[in-house]
Design a protein around this ligand. Sequence first.
Ligand code: FAD
Length: 295
Amino acid sequence: MTVKEILDKTRITFSFEFFPPKTEQGWDNLFHSIADLMPLKPSWVSVTYGAGGSTRDRTHDLIMRIKKETDLTAVAHLTCVGSSREEIADIVDRYVENNILNILALGGDPPKDATLKPAQDGFRYATELVEFIKSRHSQICIGVAGFPEGHPATPNRLLEIEYLKAKVDAGADYIITQLFFDNRDFYDFCERCRLSGIDSPIIAGIMPVLTKKGMYRMVDLAAGVRLPARLLKLVSRADSDDYVAKAGVHWASEQVRDLLDNDVRGIHFYTLNKSPATIQIYESLGVRTSEQFLL
Ligand code: FAD
């Protein structure tokens, strides 16, 4: 099934994001997490993509393994960075041959070690990737990224929404947001999207703070994300990782509760391949499975 079809028959979707592990142990751990998360019946799961040969293959391998071993709908992330037009075409064709018809089309960030050179005939922005995929395989359902607090490369927030609208006009079916910690940023983003004529479903990206170290890594990776002082105070009171995780899950649960009360279209959990936080958030909301939101 495509994400569009799932959205059409669901009031609120719940999706989980995984990354392809690098080690055997990582694969085992991930499939244990997936087994733990299966009873929550996610609307779909997605797999991140890292530019560069082996990372790229791991995304494909994980997508295929999820398809083979579970009944979950899998969405493959794909980025412009570092791939030629031909390479992107190969990847997309291979997905279609295997009946994977869901892609999250992204710009991607150049790797910090700069070993990956930009492809001469590649794509610069996600809009071009969306156009390319749609023209090659119109049956593919495409998601794109949105940034409630803005994307660092575009300080002009009016222009940024125009670029987002261009992705939607190019054929994107829905938007998943960068993680955020203050729901007011998300609501304001949604309103700005509506004002500019974007009426696609907007799915809120949620990631709980689980360790202090992880919090630093998170703001490094998710550039521009703001940690509200109230959250920092909460985390600073916790004197162990166990308590940071409890506090972080509490904050994320409150965020999701408020989003549900305000008719959010979907929640996308950045799971970091772990299951406990997502399960605890479901429990604290009184949600047994995502299927209770089917229309
Ligand atoms: P784009 O839409 O291409 O935008 C990138 C920047 O260019 C923005 O500042 C935008 O405003 C600007 N821009 C767009 N069009 C134009 C134009 N025509 N002229 C000038 N400027 C323009 N990264 C990975 O490497 N792998 C992943 O799997 C991955 N998954 C992600 C999942 C989600 C839900 C999100 C929110 C992000 C993910 N990222 C991933 C990170 C993402 O690739 C980066 O944040 C990237 O910098 C922006 O991606 P984008 O798709 O918004 O790019």
